[in-house]
Ligand binder design. Structure first.
Ligand code: FAD
Length: 374
């Protein structure tokens, strides 16, 4: 069930070559400059990878969800910033416009976005609402058939450079989650103020920002916010698991490379059992995470229920990636603390994996509810 098909394996090899040639060599510079990787974004668009999950009729290539996971994993092996920005564009940033946008939205926004010429962002979180989405206070009001949205959004990945935003807002706060709906807000909408880039520890080229909306004209995308969100969250969690696999592999490769060449007490440190066990445990945890992530991906692809599987996959894969990044900095010791070596970047970027798509605490809660059949 979790073996890749020949097509998926071939796609992995293609992405891996691209990552080795065009992403890995510039990953450190992108992180240092903290700038959105526009040129790479266009290249990924030209390759058609933003449209992997979408049907050909929408400008996509109609591939399965597992193919998308392969893309997320391989890109994250090269650069978490590029991978997370790509994943945002290929899923959350464009999904609601694909599903509920008008033909005009598709022609003006979706199709160019799938080519990498326009950028879409997804705005759920607020300064006072992250895990607890019932606290969302950005409000949407209708008057004479026209909707306007007012409030503040926070942590918007690709937000500084986006051309359009999918914004969660409440139409009736008393209804909590049931009152949530999604709206399309375009960059040039009157009343939209895009904040400055938030200085972050990791994902530095992702250009995360905040938004202020004041009576912004907005177009509803679908009717039922929460139901739509539930399905998407399973996909986001599984995808974040795939990002975790990519980062874990990169950190393990770097630790192994260094352990073989660093000599202490007349032998490479790779000969010390303490180091070998760190590498071995990392490889074992990574393999277990890989099985969980791709198993959840296959379930999503087949339309099977996946809430528990996605939460478990994301929880274990993201915690694993953090442990491996930690192990890598230990193996490199002093050089793990040096900005010239990539281990510190893996360590910083890995922190994002514990947050995006639901924190580990929230995921444990989701799993516990399923175990207890609550
Ligand atoms: C780099 C980055 C990019 C992001 N990009 C986006 C984006 O593009 N769009 C978007 O909408 N959001 C984005 N986010 C926001 C992200 O989804 C939220 O940060 C996340 O949902 C957690 O919310 P919070 O930070 O408000 O933490 P809180 O929800 O305030 O949580 C604080 C602490 O309390 C714990 N906690 C909360 N509730 C419970 C509970 N019921 N049980 C146990 N523990 C609990 C949490 O686990 C955490 O430890 C991004 C975040 C980062 C860091």
């Amino acid at each position: 069930m979790i073996e890749l098909t020949p097509e998926e394996s071939e796609f992995r090899a293609t992405v891996a070559r691209f990552v080795d040639r065009e992403i890995a060599p510039v990953a450190a510079a992108l992180d240092e400059r903290g700038e959105f990787p526009r040129d790479l974004f266009r290249r990924i668009g030209e390759l058609g990878w933003f449209g992997l999950r979408y049907p050909e009729s929408a400008g996509g290539s109609g591939a399965g969800f597992v193919t998308y996971l392969v893309l997320a994993e391989e890109l994250a092996r090269g650069s978490m910033s590029v991978a997370a920005s790509t994943a945002m564009q290929a899923m959350m940033g464009t999904d609601f416009v694909f599903r509920y946008g008008t033909p005009d939205h598709h022609a003006r926004l979706l199709t160019p976005a799938l080519r990498g010429e326009k950028i879409g962002a997804f705005c759920l979180s607020e300064p006072d609402a992250g895990s607890d989405l019932a606290r969302i206070s950005t409000a949407a009001r209708e008057s004479g058939g026209a909707w306007r949205v007012s409030g503040r959004k926070m942590w918007v990945t690709n937000g500084t450079v986006a051309d359009f935003y999918t914004v969660a807002a409440t139409t009736d706060r008393a209804q909590g989650l049931k009152g949530l709906r999604f709206f399309l807000v375009e960059r040039d909408a009157p009343g939209l103020r895009v904040g400055r880039r938030i200085q972050t520890v990791g994902l530095r080229a992702g250009e995360v920002t905040d938004l202020a909306l004041e009576e912004c004209p907005a177009v509803p995308l679908g009717q039922g916010g929460v139901a739509d969100l539930g399905k998407m969250l399973d996909q986001v969690r599984t995808m974040t698991g795939a990002l975790s696999l990519g980062l874990g592999r990169a950190a393990l490769d770097e630790a192994a490379r260094y352990a073989k060449q660093r000599v202490c007490f007349e032998k490479p440190v790779a000969k010390f059992q303490a180091i070998r066990h760190m590498l071995a445990q990392s490889a074992a945890d990574l393999e277990a995470s890989r099985l969980l992530v791709y198993q959840a991906g296959r379930r999503i692809e087949r339309g099977l229920k996946c809430g528990r599987e996605a939460a478990i996959a994301k929880l274990l894969a993201s915690e694993t990636a953090n442990r491996i990044a930690d192990a890598a900095t230990r193996v490199l010791a002093g050089y793990g603390f040096a900005m010239e070596y990539p281990a510190q970047r893996f360590f910083r970027d890995a922190r994002f994996l514990l947050i995006g798509g639901g924190t580990s605490e929230i995921l444990r809660d989701v799993i516990a509810r399923d175990v207890l059949e609550e």
